[in-house]
Design a protein around this ligand. Sequence first.
Ligand SMILES: [Zn+2]
Length: 118
Amino acid sequence: MLDKKDIEEIKEQLLEKKTKLEKKLSQIAIKDEDGNWEAKYVDQERDDDVNAIEIEEWTNQTSVVEVLVKDLEAVDIALEKIKHNTYGKCEVCGIDIPIERLRAFPEARTCTNCTLPE
Ligand SMILES: [Zn+2]
């Protein structure tokens, strides 16, 4: 079982990660009213060569945004679990996830033997 001190440390780690991810996201994306992140368009004009490159860049940016959003979601899920005292349990088999794994990967949702179904 995790003690209070462990949880506090992990929470700090998660919050720090969340801040970093949000900072990164805000540089390349904007949050809409529903709280969804959308990659920023570099330019709105559509009829020259430069714009084709920009659209390509934007597409790349979109996939970066997707990865960051996924990470951010995982961090949020972990923080939610801490709030509800369910943090540190494998979501598949229910055992306590070893503290070493949680320290290295605080948003882990399973133990090392399990993988989440897609
Ligand atoms: Zn498991």
